[in-house]
Design a protein around this ligand. Structure first.
Ligand code: G4P
Length: 286
């Protein structure tokens, strides 16, 4: 699902989250482990107004695990806790309540010292569209409670779901991604978070191939039986040459024997998103 974000949507989305902040102790910020910065909302710190926060690097099953570890260290240096999770299978989700208690320890200890029985930690999941918010809520609840594909501005009666010592709001907070930087748009599009109607499919594939040539050449070469590695990844002709080789390998040929680049781009992106080229990350912290 792609949402067209207009200033009015952003204001409303922000207001909805800030309303919910009054009800909760902890924000669970979902980002995509393959592109931790590009999948973050640009105003997240301002919007959360200092609320305790846990970062969940979702889709960690698709990301390069060595790079994910670098990101965890990066966030730690910034004083933030980040957990790698695969919401689809549930890998890593057991750590969420454990870390929630660690993050709120002082508050819980204060309540205990005052003789108050600590109540469950109330949490809200926030993140940009497609990052896996509904999948995570459903996985944590162990049943289907969050409708996938909800839109900002559409309100429905929200409920608390009790998960051990956490109470989670069943309606996540939807935030907009960064738009200012074109590369951010391309990274999001490579993962499928932005639909191809917004950015041209050949441009998205070009961006992906250029990145893969630099960082994941061996995997790509093996998958598509490529032999000639471009000497200069900054040379557009060489990148297009790789796209053509991929197209030929997949039979994307039009009359006259030319490669149908649009079709080849679609094939490549589908295989990449489905994890057929192995795990990859599109951003590294260092
Ligand atoms: P949202 O609420 O934040 O908008 O995201 P949603 O849960 O709808 O998830 C978006 C897509 O990401 C879904 O795929 C979902 O299955 C997939 N997804 C969520 N978490 C993970 C994860 O940890 N790993 C992987 N590999 N995928 C994840 P979809 O293509 O929209 O649907 P489908 O493929 O499940 O049919």
């Amino acid at each position: 699902m792609t949402i067209q974000w207009f200033p009015g949507h952003m204001t409303r989305a922000r207001r909805q989250i800030q309303e919910k902040l009054k009800l909760i102790d902890l924000v669970i910020e979902l980002i995509d482990a393959r592109l931790p910065l590009s999948s973050r909302n640009p105003m997240i710190d301002e919007i959360l107004q200092g609320k305790p926060r846990m970062i969940i690097m979702n889709k960690a099953d698709l990301a390069d695990s060595a790079v994910t570890q670098q990101w965890i260290a990066y966030f730690k240096e910034q004083g933030q806790t980040a957990l790698p999770v695969d919401a689809q299978t549930g890998t890593g989700i057991k750590d969420i309540p454990v870390q929630a208690k660690v993050l709120l320890k002082e508050k819980i200890d204060r309540q205990i010292a005052k003789g108050i029985k600590p109540r469950p930690i109330r949490a809200l999941i926030v993140g940009i569209p497609n990052v896996g918010k509904s999948t995570l809520i459903n996985r944590m609840a162990g049943r289907s409670v969050a409708a996938t594909g909800d839109r900002p501005g559409v309100t429905k009666a929200q409920q608390w779901i009790r998960i051990g010592e956490i109470e989670l709001l069943d309606t996540p907070g939807i935030l907009w991604p960064k738009f200012e930087d074109q590369n951010v748009g391309y990274r999001l599009a490579v993962t499928g978070a932005i639909k191809e109607e917004i950015l041209n499919v050949e441009d998205i594939a070009f961006f992906a191939v250029k990145y893969l040539v630099s960082y994941y050449w061996d995997t790509m070469a093996e998958r598509f039986e490529l032999t000639a590695r471009p000497e200069d990844s900054e040379n557009p002709d060489e990148i297009v040459g790789v796209m053509e080789a991929i197209g030929r390998k997949r039979g994307c040929i039009v009359s006259g024997g030319r490669v149908d680049l649009e079709k080849a781009s679609g094939v490549l992106l589908r295989e990449l998103r489905a994890g057929k080229l192995g795990r990859f990350s599109l951003e590294a912290p260092y």
